[in-house]
Design a protein around this ligand. Structure first.
Ligand SMILES: Cc1cc2nc3c(=O)[nH]c(=O)nc-3n(C[C@H](O)[C@H](O)[C@H](O)COP(=O)(O)OP(=O)(O)OC[C@H]3O[C@@H](n4cnc5c(N)ncnc54)[C@H](O)[C@@H]3O)c2cc1C
Length: 478
């Protein structure tokens, strides 16, 4: 008979919501287990989105989206500082033209004020041009939101999970949840793990996971968003996140610097049947280019380095659907602004489980909220010089495009949650994310994974599934 391991809470899914929830529940004193289906956290929707921390003027007043977006956005500066995650409050401009456009912006401004968003104003003509010189002259007015920011979405999830683990949480990867049995005043998951409370943060699969526990009838479908990513030397094309007026399908296509200094164009919005389809399409890419050019005619398309797509989990109500019954928390419809709202969703789940009497009486006494990451590129010359003298691995550059050192890659393979694959290293350090997309450094990364994980180089995978990079040696030796 299999032994059962007991926890206070089991979190299903290691996206940004599950990871921040695991950290919050650990802080509140709970013994937390996170079960993630893939080989790494932040592998689902959290890996492919716009990375905007929205100010909170877009969602209808009174909805979960509006409340949790505004609260999450306010939490983001302190949270990202504690966790050493890249975040910059660069501000956003929702652009428009003519009387009709201006009327649309005024509606957004009013809604923003009702939602409790500060730092909103309408800018016009020369004032707008001064804020964003490369903007099309066809656009003559904008809603300026000073509290909008950009964040590295997977960086936030990885850091939150790492900090939860540093404080005692357990993460099991490559562990899809396939059965949930309500028993003994709690839930037995996969026949092996027991907890009085479960948080279903499985993103696009959350309705299916809920059904395993008997909570049937929930519906979600994927809405694909495609992107084009431009090199870091294009990041300065715009200074703010530039949008057009939102529609029912979403906030529309944007042009924005990313937290890592690239320029991002997208996303499209295309409803798809159930399943995971992250393909990019010629039609989607053409649409992005045409829309981006209308906003910023000089957008430097020659700097394109890659295209990708993400899938929004769209529920039936159009709002975030968050419920708790008998200690089982279900999160469906966590589409945009789910990243912005994630810290507040985690806080809300803590309150829900606390009120239900399912958490320990006291928070963890010695919880350490801080996670540090060594980033030589962000240091002064003097600091970097001293670091390299102490540890020469930080002076050996492995990824030349993104200037990532062996020391940083080694840290990514050791620090919680340790990277297991090349994609895991990529999301932690940016190695392979530059212009050559890993053409130069992949062999060195394979060697480092092999050394640190003590596995043969022919066992090193790029990511999930059958993605082994080199399946045999061609020259018989090393
Ligand atoms: C195109 C696009 C643009 C967006 N832009 C923004 C934006 O700019 N700002 C913003 O605030 N939000 C944005 N969002 C929304 C935001 O990305 C999501 O709300 C957020 O990432 C959702 O995180 P999550 O943790 O709920 O889901 P996910 O990141 O999908 O995590 C769910 C996890 O559960 C795991 N899982 C699934 N099934 C199981 C199982 N059976 N057992 C164990 N694990 C399982 C998955 O592998 C996955 O890791 C955007 C989304 C998209 C697609």
């Amino acid at each position: 008979m299999e032994t059962v391991t007991r926890y206070d809470v089991i979190v299903i899914g290691g996206g940004v919501v599950g990871s921040l929830t695991a950290r919050e529940l650990t802080r509140l004193g709970a013994r937390v287990l996170v079960l993630e289906a893939k080989s790494d956290v932040a592998s689902g929707t959290t890996a492919a989105n716009s990375g905007i921390v929205h100010a909170g003027f877009d969602a209808e007043t009174g909805t979960n989206k509006a409340k949790l977006n505004v609260r999450g956005s306010a939490m983001m500066p302190a949270l990202t500082k504690e966790l050493s995650v890249r975040y910059q409050q660069i501000g956003a401009l929702v652009t428009a033209s003519g009387d009709e456009g201006l009327a649309g912006l005024e509606k957004l401004l009013e809604r923003g004020k009702k939602n409790g968003v500060s730092g909103l104003s309408i800018v016009r003509g020369e004032a707008l041009r001064a804020l964003e010189p490369n903007l099309s002259t066809e656009l003559d007015c904008a809603l300026f939101a000073t509290t909008s920011g950009i964040v590295c979405p997977y960086g936030l999830a990885i850091a939150a999970m790492g900090n939860a683990m540093d404080n005692g949480a357990t993460l099991l990867r490559n562990t899809p949840v396939t059965s949930i049995e309500a028993t003994d005043g709690g839930y037995l998951v996969n026949g092996t793990y027991f907890a009085k409370a479960v948080v279903d943060a499985a993103g696009l699969a959350a309705h299916k996971v809920a059904a395993l526990a008997g909570f049937t009838g929930l519906k979600q479908h994927p809405r694909r968003g495609e992107y084009l990513l431009l090199d870091r030397n294009c990041g300065g094309t715009v200074k703010h996140t530039v949008f057009t007026l939102p529609t029912k399908a979403g906030k529309g296509i944007l042009v924005s610097p990313t937290a890592d200094g690239n320029l991002l164009l997208g996303p499209t919005a295309e409803d798809l049947p159930e399943g995971v389809n992250c393909a990019v399409t010629a039609a989607g890419q053409d649409k992005i280019i045409a829309t981006a050019k209308k906003m910023v005619p000089s957008v430097p398309l020659g700097g394109r380095i890659t295209s990708f797509a993400g899938l929004r989990a769209v529920g039936e109500s159009g709002d975030f659907e968050i419920s708790q019954k008998n200690g089982f928390v279900i999160l469906t419809g966590i589409e945009s602004p789910g990243l912005s709202a994630a810290p507040a969703i985690a806080e809300l789940i803590g309150e829900m489980l606390g009120e239900a009497g399912l958490l320990p009486e006291k928070p963890m006494a010695n919880f350490d909220p801080v996670r540090t990451v060594v980033r030589p590129k962000e240091m002064t010359d003097v600091e970097r010089d001293a670091l390299i003298r102490r540890d020469p691995a930080y002076g050996r550059i492995v990824c030349r495009c993104e200037e990532v050192s062996e020391g940083e890659i080694r840290d990514a393979l050791r620090q919680n949650p340790p990277a297991l694959t090349i994609d895991g290293i990529k999301r932690r350090t940016r190695a392979t994310m530059g212009r050559c997309q890993g053409g130069f450094c992949t062999p060195s990364l394979v060697a480092l994974v092999s050394r640190e994980r003590k596995i043969d180089e022919t066992k090193v995978a790029k990511g999930d599934g059958n993605s082994i990079i080199a399946d045999r040696r061609t020259k018989g030796g090393n």
